[in-house]
Write a protein of this length. Structure first.
Length: 148
């Protein structure tokens, strides 16, 4: 399941719903990304995430489908927020449910690595020195490359 939304999400509620009624699930792994208050040694007051509606959802569906092809998942969930957020707010939730923990862990790791490099989101950080767009990081590309 994919959701791109402005509103925050309730982590406990989302994880309960993901596994509800499916007794074949042996484990659910999750990753929650948060807005940090520091970047590049500077204080971050807020971050604004922008995306192209329609295109973003299609790419997230493609990434999620690939995870479901690679691992025996019973369920998966990607929630990615957009709009202006302040430090400590939740940005993204990735959760994977599988009969076995290893598949759930690997699929979750895969999804978050690929979201960082392939999902069409743009981040504007508001720092003390001014607002600037976040550039792609080589370390994110390196992390995603291990899944090729």
């Amino acid at each position: 399941m994919i959701r791109v939304q402005k509103e925050d999400f309730d982590l406990g509620e989302e994880l309960r719903a993901l596994g509800a009624g499916n007794h074949n699930i042996g484990g659910i792994t999750s990753f929650v990304g948060l807005v940090r208050d520091m970047a590049g040694g500077e204080h971050v007051g807020a971050m604004t995430l922008e995306h192209y509606p329609g295109m973003t959802e299609k790419m997230l569906e493609k990434i999620e489908a690939e995870a479901n092809e690679r691992w025996p998942l019973e369920a998966s969930l990607i929630i990615h927020r957009y709009g202006r957020m302040e430090p400590g707010e939740q940005i993204v939730l990735v959760a994977c449910a599988s009969p076995h923990r290893e598949a759930a862990f690997e699929a979750c790791h895969f999804l978050i690595d690929w979201l960082k490099t392939k999902a069409p989101f743009w981040k504007l950080e508001e720092k003390d020195s001014g607002a600037s767009w976040v550039e792609a990081r080589e370390s994110d590309d390196t992390a995603a490359a291990k899944w090729d």
